[in-house]
Design a protein around this ligand. Structure first.
Ligand code: FES
Ligand SMILES: [Fe+2]
Length: 399
């Protein structure tokens, strides 16, 4: 799991007047709306004596109030009130919690969980259809019982559709004709790779989309990533009818992932003279279909071993159809070399002791070194110019 990326926190429609606790990257956060209704995301651990801020209240001054002794924190993480000191008290500068950059976009509250300055941050995945009136979208979220890297790799895998999804393939019944066709690069970007490919698809006899393509035939589909946890999937049912799905994944911990799926479609139906894409009933039907397809993935992927992707490439036998999965892993290695991967071995050891709690570092840590909670342990950077790389060169030179 990595710091320094945008993570989905909660659907906009699910965040009301009370603070909520959300677990991401094996850490707890509080998300709440300030006095102006803008979402804020802070480390959930109160720096006084460890109260859980999300168990408190939103106050009219836009702060969140700790349920234990009433300290208040604003959206920037600064403590604004310590009741035990009285109303005129001076607040010590260390009385602050990590506060994270927040963007509310595509119906989701996203938080940047890391300390990079704004100009260096990887992007929230772009959605090109977001303001296009010919497309309609809705957003759902659900949990899957596996590591987010396994989840993303499953989405980047063109060879599983034939076997796992009755809506996309023939369950391997066409042995002489079936193979995965060429993967054509699509939306390669500094943070990830993608592909499109053409495949033979069965007729959509049972699907809610059956009227969009009744016969078996060629379809195009593909997917790609922006960072470790954001993935697009395009399904082109015909040349003009398509579903574009955008997945923003929040690793809760190493074994559970919360998926936020923003599902776009340009499929237009005519019903009583109305463009039925404006009818909400289809959102529900599409959601049922998406959850049905996700359930087929969950059945298979929850039994994949090992639970985490193996650290050695030699422990799996990748094929050309797995090319984009390999490219995804290369990107993860690149992010690790930047020093952004959480040291899970140490984190788990320390958490098991029960006397330490860490915080994901926020941009505020670049301005001040004086923090109550320690920053989460990270694997050392090894890119050019990094401390560990310089150390390696020195070591080699002295051999
Ligand atoms: S623990 Fe939060 S106010 Fe005391
Ligand atoms: Fe799948």
């Amino acid at each position: 799991m990595f710091i320094n990326f945008w993570y989905p926190v909660i659907r906009s429609q699910d965040l009301g007047a009370t603070p909520q606790r959300v677990r991401i990257l094996a850490h707890d956060f509080v998300v709440f709306r300030d006095a102006a209704g803008k979402p804020a995301v802070l480390s959930d651990t109160c720096v006084h004596r460890g109260g859980s801020l999300s168990g408190g209240k939103c106050k009219e001054d836009g702060t969140v109030q700790c349920p234990y002794h009433g300290w208040r924190f604003d959206r920037d993480g600064h403590c604004t009130r310590i009741p035990s000191l009285g109303i005129q008290a001076r607040i010590p500068s260390r009385a602050r919690v990590d506060a994270y950059p927040v963007e509310e976009r595509y119906g989701i509250v996203h938080a940047f969980l890391g300390d990079l300055p704004e100009a260096e941050r990887p992007p929230i995945m772009p959605i090109f259809e977001a303001n296009d009136p010919n497309w309609r979208s809705h957003v759902i979220s659900f949990e899957v019982p596996f590591h987010y890297e396994r989840s993303i790799e499953n989405g980047l895998d063109p060879a599983h559709n034939e076997y796992v999804h009755t809506t996309h393939g023939f369950q391997g019944e066409r042995e002489s004709e079936y193979k995965v066709n060429e993967l054509v690069p699509e939306q390669n970007n500094p943070w990830g790779y993608g592909f499109m490919h053409t495949y033979d698809a069965p007729p959509l006899t049972k699907s809610v989309l059956r009227f969009s393509r009744r016969k078996a035939g060629k379809m195009q589909a593909g997917s790609g990533t922006y960072g470790p946890n954001q993935m697009w999937t395009y399904i082109h049912i015909t040349e003009t009818k398509a579903m574009h799905q955008y997945l923003f994944e929040a690793p809760i911990d190493e074994t559970t992932t919360r998926v936020f799926l923003v599902s776009f479609r340009n499929i237009v139906f005519f019903k009583s003279g109305l463009r039925a894409k404006l009818n909400p009933w289809l959102d529900r039907k599409i959601t049922e279909r998406n959850l049905f397809v996700a359930g087929q993935d969950i059945t298979v992927v929850s039994r994949v071993q090992p639970k985490l992707t193996p650290s050695s490439k030699a422990r799996e036998l990748m094929m050309p159809a797995d090319k984009v999965i390999s490219q995804y892993r290369e990107k993860l290695d690149e992010f690790e070399r930047k020093g952004w991967r959480i040291d899970m071995t140490r984190l788990k050891q320390d958490m098991a002791r029960g006397d330490v709690i860490y915080a994901i570092p926020s941009p505020g840590r670049r301005e001040s070194k004086s923090w109550v909670l320690e920053s989460v342990p990270l694997l050392p950077a090894s890119g050019p110019g990094s401390a560990s790389e310089t150390g390696k060169v020195t070591q080699l030179a002295s051999v």
